[in-house]
Design a protein around this ligand. Structure first.
Ligand SMILES: [Zn+2]
Ligand SMILES: [Zn+2]
Length: 388
């Protein structure tokens, strides 16, 4: 089905740049947009592209402490605010670049809420680690949380946030820890082996909101079949039970086996499968109201551009043939821009198949124990049975 999609994009978004050698290199979004353009995704009927405005101070204050915003604006290294650390070095124009990222995700959310498009996407967004008063994990302003709080302010009563980044979506979870209007679901590598060291199933929400913070903490080494089995066992039942008015999704692609910062073993084909599932669930459970962001992803040439080009095409309702060759002009651009050898097709040839949890719980399997821990912690609070 073709869908209407608002793409909040401006080349100035590549100004969110912590400098040479930092893993979050803006070339990843540059190569993504170039690949999507080479496939004609952004020129499809029903797709609109517009430059967003930066988030205002009042909008940033929906989530962030005014003193922290002042510190970012001043650009002074202060570890009390998480600024000037190896993860979050201060850079010139940091406030303006970070506010523009937040503005892009707000623009995507506004397009959806105001019914100008069914879906809205902010590929430079997804900075899910930023806390109320602190930068964290390459994230200055928490654009998904700001957009969700804006939607609540517009009158939304139930919003679901699904985060498939390999890292726990801790900042978004923290922002809505006590808020029963927001269901957060994060699938991530177990905190024992990965930053930020949080996100166990037993941490499931504050008073009055228990079961609203859902954590799937997957063992290092989990591959396509296990990850997709866990996704399928947790995400669709909860979204069907919660019936959000808006689905917000964060699509960090650092779950890929080539990602240098983490230890899951997914393929692009599995990531694409999850994108398609979330798209379908947005229509099935949220009347098609779908706000999407990028997120982490540190393999800049082979993983991020293809994964998020698939995401943009999926959100336009015109998924790309995974077997398609990457356009020659894009390959030339990659060589010129990075010196790296570009990927030649849009697939890695992975089957991206899995057997569903409903086929039976295997207590000897680490992924199944993970699934069961999450379902035990949260499913009864949503009127669902934990057992398959
Ligand atoms: Zn759609
Ligand atoms: Zn990440």
């Amino acid at each position: 089905m073709a869908c209407t999609l608002h793409v909040a994009w401006d080349e100035r978004l590549t100004g969110y740049d912590f400098g040479p050698g930092h893993p979050l290199a803006p070339v990843r979004v540059e190569l993504t947009i170039a690949l999507a353009e080479a496939f004609g995704v952004l020129a499809e009927p029903g797709v609109t592209v517009a430059a967003p405005a930066a988030a205002s101070t009042a909008e940033l204050e929906l989530v962030h402490d005014p003193r922290y915003i002042t510190a970012v604006r001043t650009g002074v290294a202060d570890v009390a605010f998480g600024l000037g650390t190896p993860d979050n070095p201060v850079f010139a124009g940091m406030h303006e670049a970070s506010a523009l990222v937040a503005g892009a995700t707000l623009a995507a959310a506004a397009a959806v809420w105001e019914s100008r498009a069914q879906h809205g996407v902010s590929v430079a967004g997804g900075l899910h680690h930023a806390m109320r008063g602190m930068a964290s994990g390459f994230c200055v302003y928490n654009d998904p949380a700001i957009a969700i709080r804006w939607l609540l302010g517009q009158g939304a009563e139930r919003i679901a946030y699904v985060d498939v980044d390999v890292h726990h979506g801790d900042g978004v979870e923290a922002a809505f820890w006590d808020d029963p209007r927001v269901l957060t679901i994060s699938l991530h590598e177990h905190p024992m082996t990965l930053f930020p060291g949080t996100g166990v199933p037993e941490d499931n929400g504050g008073p009055g909101a228990q079961g609203m913070a859902v954590n799937v903490a997957l063992p290092a080494g989990t591959g396509d079949a296990g990850w997709l089995r866990a996704f399928d066992a947790v995400v669709p039942p909860l979204l069907r039970a919660f019936r959000p008015q808006v689905l917000v999704t964060q699509h960090g692609c650092d779950s890929h086996r080539l990602d240098p910062l983490a230890h899951l073993e997914l393929s692009i084909d599995a990531q694409r499968t999850a994108q398609a599932r979330l798209h379908h669930l947005a229509h099935e459970t949220a009347a098609g109201h779908w706000v999407l962001t990028g997120g982490g992803g540190y393999e800049l040439v082979h993983v991020v551009p293809r994964t998020w080009t698939h995401l943009l095409a999926e959100a336009a309702g015109r998924p790309l043939d995974p077997g398609a060759a990457t356009p020659g002009a894009w390959r030339d651009f990659v060589r010129a821009r990075t010196g790296a050898r570009p990927p030649e097709t849009m697939t890695e040839g992975a089957a991206a198949s899995f057997s569903p949890f409903s086929s039976g719980y295997d207590p000897g399997d680490r992924v199944d124990r993970t699934i069961m821990a999450t379902r035990n912690a949260d499913f009864p609070l949503h009127g669902l049975l934990p057992s398959p």
